[in-house]
Design a protein around this ligand. Structure first.
Ligand code: FE2
Length: 418
């Protein structure tokens, strides 16, 4: 079979009855047509076999520069974010460009095998040589056939609190980083945290770049940099370009404060990223019992009309020893941790790893519609519920009308007996 397709046939689409054929030409969808009956595919058609077809998965928050370094030079024993930063600081000394490219490529291949075609990676730029950033910029050019990669200039050890932090951020933008990052809760004081948010927002605005801040990734209910970020975004009328990642402290805020905060969040229209597996592991580490989940208020944000995306954050790095690239695992964990196993949430859950991620990453052409790039994946299951129950790997990934990944379908029964 040629890797260029004319159509995907016998496809199910979310929220729609019956089967569909998704026709494509020159890398774009040309027609989405309901089928009266199942059809036998021709040579240039791909058979979805009545499985659900959806837009490619979006990994909105990962640290590719640190991926696959767990245990080097030592394991994170306490399991805290802060010991993770210390371990990484030691590992960082032995970084070279090839080391970063090799591990990041392996991770991206893992992602491609799971149907991810859009990735936003944070890259630590608190390094006077900017080794990881330079490597990632080089890699970005090479992986365009598999994924769209956005690079965040991420000041892991602070902007104000790290020597030459501001200059390193500016240099990262000059070299080609796509997104401006931040970490206000790691700056030495409340004041320097506020100063860092103000400074990075001005930097992004000046260069017309998006913003993605590691914001309040701590169980401290007094960590309130989200309101600073949202107020600044509102002032600059820039909210749809700004993502607040983690916002774990929101899980510890009192309800009266939250009700005031949500008014500002709605006005500013920020985007949110929640990393459930990572934060279940890292947070609650200073609690005895009862232990907090350390996760932001996902259903409440969604009910307030705000966009929330789930991400993996880490793949076997100093912060998190697990991870395999399967966003369905992340989704499953997040739905459990956020009390979102009601059927309405399950039915709409794929948006947490598709549409909401695309909105946060400001991807302009995303979806299964006539005229849009012919990008989609075939999942294993007819409905989101079945897909979640199985957590199986995607059967195929199609990018601009071309098959970039395909694997054989095994029924759950044969998977057990083979
Ligand atoms: Fe992160």
């Amino acid at each position: 079979m040629s890797h260029h397709l004319d159509a995907i046939v016998n496809a199910r689409l979310q929220g729609k009855e019956g089967l569909f054929s998704l026709e494509m030409a020159n890398g774009r969808f040309t027609q989405i047509r309901p089928q009266l009956n199942p059809v036998i595919p021709t040579e240039k058609q791909l058979d979805a076999s009545a499985n659900l077809v959806c837009s490619p998965f979006v990994e909105p928050h990962i640290h590719l520069d640190a991926a696959l370094t767990a245990g080097e030079p030592r394991w994170n024993k306490s399991g805290t974010l802060f010991e993770g930063i210390e371990c990484w600081s030691e590992r960082k000394k032995s970084l070279n460009q090839q080391d970063v490219i090799t591990r990041a490529s392996q991770t991206l291949e893992m992602f491609a095998a799971h149907g991810i075609q859009y990735v936003r990676t944070h890259v630590d730029v608190t390094d006077p040589k900017l080794t990881a950033l330079k490597a990632m910029l080089e890699l970005k050019e090479r992986v365009g056939h598999l994924v769209d990669l956005q690079i965040v200039a991420f000041p892991q050890e602070g902007i104000i609190s790290f020597p030459n932090g501001k200059a390193l951020m500016e240099e990262s933008i000059r070299l080609g980083a796509d997104v401006v990052g931040g970490i206000p809760h790691f700056e030495f004081t409340r004041d320097t945290g506020v100063e860092s948010v103000d400074w990075l927002m001005e930097l992004a605005h000046k260069h017309d770049l998006s913003v993605d801040v590691h914001c309040d990734e701590i169980d401290d209910p007094e960590s309130r940099f989200l309101e600073v970020l949202a107020a600044k975004a509102l002032k600059l009328d820039y909210g749809t370009r700004v993502s607040a990642s983690h916002t774990c402290a929101m899980g510890s805020y009192n309800d009266a404060y939250c009700s005031r905060l949500f008014r500002l969040l709605q006005k500013s229209d920020l985007r949110f990223m929640c990393m459930p597996t990572e934060n279940l592991h890292l947070q609650g580490r200073f609690d005895s019992y009862p232990k907090r989940r350390g996760i932001t208020r996902v259903p409440e944000l969604l009910e307030a009309g705000l966009k929330v995306a789930f991400g993996q954050d880490s793949i076997r790095d100093p912060w998190y020893p697990m991870g395999n690239g399967n966003l369905l695992r992340t989704l499953d964990t997040g739905l459990h941790a956020c009390h979102m196993l009601g059927m309405d949430w399950i039915d709409s859950s794929l948006e947490l790893i598709t549409d909401n991620g695309a909105a946060a990453l400001n991807i302009s052409e995303y979806g299964i519609e006539k005229g849009l790039p012919a990008r989609c994946i075939i999942l294993q299951g007819e409905t989101p519920y079945e897909v979640l129950l199985g957590q199986q790997q995607a059967l195929a990934s199609i990018r601009d009308g071309k098959i970039i990944m395909q694997r054989e379908y095994k029924s759950p029964q044969s998977a057990l007996t083979n």
